[in-house]
Design a protein around this ligand. Structure first.
Ligand code: MLT
Length: 266
């Protein structure tokens, strides 16, 4: 069911599906709760699944010119407090994972587990920051072209031919992101700090989902990063890019279920 609540005098939209222990899904850059459609359908058979539209995405408003990961985490906390939920697992896709890590930093007592789904605990390199600045200039001039290219790049290049339905689905969702929302997210990602220290410190399970053909995050760097995790779960998707839950939904759901069982056992 689609619901709303208030954060900083603005509206936040989220879906709330199923009953039981709670899992929070955070979409990536240019996504919305809708991108998790198949994940929600599967996990909500056994869990209560809250999928939140992050600031400037889907049905959630923008809050100023930069959406830092801390602001996004506080927006997530506002939803969870509104629902009076205290303990949950966060699954964050890419930018949603950066927000999940900020959440782990700010509100550690609420987490039972954290999944970095095609995401990283490292800050942007100088080169990446430079690329994002260039992206901001392109978005200002022509958001439509930028969004189309950016979404294509999320899927493994070798698979784009037979994933045309999934690509159109992601593009349709992305096309709803406002220019202001896109720029504020890019600024927020540029500003995010390293949070790798959290991976070794936390007392709950942490999962990393890694795509062998990810055009955004190099898989070897993510595999090395996973060594920092004390209670480690890794799903390595050998045929996929940056969108495992759309590229290999069955494998993704199976691994998430196993991870959730471990989180709620510990
Ligand atoms: C995302 O999918 O959220 C972005 O690709 C993340 C990024 O650009 O770092």
């Amino acid at each position: 069911m689609l619901k709303t609540c208030t954060f900083k005098h603005g509206t936040v939209t989220f879906s709330d599906t199923g009953k039981g222990r709670v899992v929070v899904l955070l979409h990536g850059f240019l996504g919305s709760h809708q991108i998790w459609e198949q994940t929600i359908a599967n996990l909500s058979k056994s869990y209560r699944v809250i999928a939140i539209d992050l600031p400037g995405h889907g049905g959630t408003e923008s809050f100023g010119y930069i959406h830092t990961m801390e602001l996004q985490a506080k927006c997530v906390k506002a939803v969870m407090d509104h629902l009076r939920l205290k303990k949950y697992v966060i699954v964050g896709h890419s930018m949603g994972g950066y927000a999940g890590l900020a959440f782990a930093d700010l509100f550690p007592e609420n987490l039972k587990g954290l999944c970095l789904y095609h995401s990283t605990a490292y800050a942007d390199t100088d080169e990446k920051k430079h690329d994002r600045k260039r992206s901001i200039r392109v978005v200002k001039a022509n958001p439509g072209i930028y969004v189309r290219e950016a979404i294509r790049n999320l899927f493994a290049t070798k698979n784009t031919k037979y994933l045309s339905r999934e690509i159109s689905f992601a593009q349709k969702i992305a096309s709803k992101t406002t220019k202001r929302g896109i720029i504020a997210a890019l600024e927020g990602m540029i500003a995010r700090p390293n949070r790798d220290i959290i991976l070794g410190m936390v007392h709950y399970p942490v999962m990393m989902v890694i795509g062998a053909h990810d055009n955004i995050l190099p898989y070897q760097q993510l595999l090395d990063q996973s060594e920092l995790i004390s209670q480690k779960h890794v799903l390595f998707l050998e045929h996929d890019g940056h969108m495992g839950f759309l590229e290999s939904p069955r494998q993704s759901n199976q691994a998430l279920r196993k991870f959730l069982r471990a989180c709620y056992k510990s």
